[in-house]
Structures are given as structure tokens and as C-alpha cells.
Design a protein around this ligand. Structure first.
Ligand code: SF4
Length: 119
């Protein structure tokens, strides 16, 4: 079965067609090797880096932006977000702090992408 994707590996946004033929994943529409790799990955096992925010305890309207430190399987994104929404951290927080290890059993950690000082 053929699938169509927009390559998100760079802002060019090439339109990819991806299909399987003779046991191999074929890609057309890419203009570079990154698009070939993206198309193959997206076809066989799509991955996403998750970005969101977590609550900061004791800070009115306090949020700290976060992301996974590696891409996680796309089907696990809802579980990652559930874990993120249930999390509340204490200030101070520094960029790169690991706020949750092995989030949703993906092997990726949730890390802070913003500094939050104590109130
Ligand atoms: S195929 Fe290459 S040039 Fe096209 S969007 Fe993907 S990374 Fe960019």
C-alpha cells in the first residue's frame, strides 16, 4: 500500500510517496537523503519528539516547557502526554534537567527546555 507524507526533516516540505516493493521500502519525491530516511521511518515506524509544558508547584500560572530527549513511537504519544499532564515539578528548574525518566516506558526522558526560578 502506498502512503503519502510531507517530509518534515527541513522547511522545504517535499511531498513523498512511499511504498513497499520486493521487501524493500521505496521512496519518491525526496530531494535528499534525509527525506529518504524520513520516508522509510515514517512508513515503517513513525517517531515523534514530544513537546509540552508541566506545572510548577507554588507558582501561580507557572509552567515549564519540556520535551522528550529522543523521538518516541508515535502510538505512545498519548501515554507520554498523560504522564506530562500528571506531572508537577518544584522550582528551581534548569534547562536540561531530567523531570521524568523513561517516560511512558519509551526509553526517552522528559527534560526541561526553560529555566524557572523560585518565586
Ligand atoms: S526531502 Fe530533503 S529537501 Fe525535501 S523536505 Fe525532506 S529533508 Fe528537506
Amino acid at each position: 500500500m502506498e502512503k503519502s507524507f510531507v517530509c518534515i526533516a527541513c522547511p522545504m516540505g517535499c511531498a513523498l510517496r512511499v511504498w513497499e516493493e520486493a521487501g524493500e521500502i521505496r521512496v519518491s519525491g525526496n530531494t535528499c537523503k534525509r527525506g529518504l530516511e524520513y520516508g522509510r521511518q515514517e512508513f515503517s515506524a513513525p517517531m515523534r519528539t514530544v513537546t509540552s509544558s508541566v506545572r510548577v508547584e507554588g507558582r501561580k500560572h507557572g509552567l515549564c516547557s519540556v520535551k522528550t530527549d529522543a523521538a518516541v513511537p508515535k502510538e505512545k504519544v498519548p501515554q507520554v502526554l498523560s504522564a506530562v499532564y500528571g506531572l508537577c515539578v518544584q522550582a528551581p528548574v534548569r534547562v536540561g534537567d531530567v523531570l521524568l525518566e523513561n517516560v511512558a516506558d519509551t526509553g526517552a526522558n522528559l527534560v526541561a527546555t526553560r529555566n524557572v526560578d523560585k518565586a
